[in-house]
Design a protein around this ligand. Sequence first.
Ligand SMILES: [Zn+2]
Length: 375
Amino acid sequence: MQAFGFEVRAQDGKARRGIIRTARGEIRTPAFMPVGTAATVKAMMPDSVRETGADILLGNTYHLMLRPTAERIDRLGGLHKFMNWERPILTDSGGFQVMSLAALRKLTERGVTFKSHIDGSKHEITPERSMEIQRLLGSDIVMCFDECPALPADRAVIAESMRLSMRWAQRSRDAFGDRPGHALFGIQQGGLEEDFRAESAAALTDIGFDGYAVGGLAVGEGQAAMFGCLDFAADQLPEDKPRYLMGVGKPDDIVGAVKRGIDMMDCVLPSRSGRTGQVFTRRGVLNIKNARHMDDPRALDEDCRCPACRQYSRAYLHHVFRSQEIISSMLLTWHNMTYYQDLMQEMRDAIAEQRFAAWEAAFHAGRAEGDIPPL
Ligand SMILES: [Zn+2]
């Protein structure tokens, strides 16, 4: 079995291009991971997701443990077989979504108890239970169970929360055990505070993980604050391990994170936006429900390789969106996923060719132009 590993192959400024090796295949970095919350990337078949260029998907522990349950997925052969995706899967720990979705949460040293947002049933996640669930799912990259306060918060609250997460990181490491071919990532916390981020990074490095995530960002602090934090947070994490920024983000968030040394990201934005009619192109964002598209025979983006752009007009995409046809979500998600994966490929190429700064300037200039003028 291929052991888990990471290799940086090129660096331009802080931006890195590399390869993560897993038992289920290689992941080209910087990597964007589409989110398959309930064992599906909504509105897309797995083969199509792969065609867009995705090497790895993210699955959500919280959703899957509630429905259909991790035990059932295990009995049915694991998450890869269950959802027909043979390549790597990263699962989150469930912690963040308990905090954002569940009712009647109670946090103690032991873990979190909560009521399901689906049927009100009572559940508990501890670091040990999170490791067990992620093992039952068959996840290739497992995340430590952690906790993060909503920002802004007092320094004392941030420190207390971060130190609890570090104790849970040790318990996650102990419970994960020795699983060749599978990786466990630690999650740095500490809000926007440089000293707490450093303390957290040191605690995690001491325990030792296969990769390190920057947690607790993209929770409403704004892009400038997030970049300000990443300016030091990414540097505090080991250079020879993948760095993962959780839950990010918009295209310009992703570019700014890669520029600051991040290797992996995930976000629901390309798929969720696909269902609400928001379309990402190299000229920024457009909304397909706008009446200006009603008679427009042109492609969403004439340079895009996706089926929505190659085979359909803006007029058609506008019509099926307004008619609430299922193909609307399928095509717009496909386009947005293609845009995100092409963005990652462009960055990987620019880093390899030592022209990331010029590429980034062109990226921002293209977005500043705005959508093509109406006919
Ligand atoms: Zn397209």
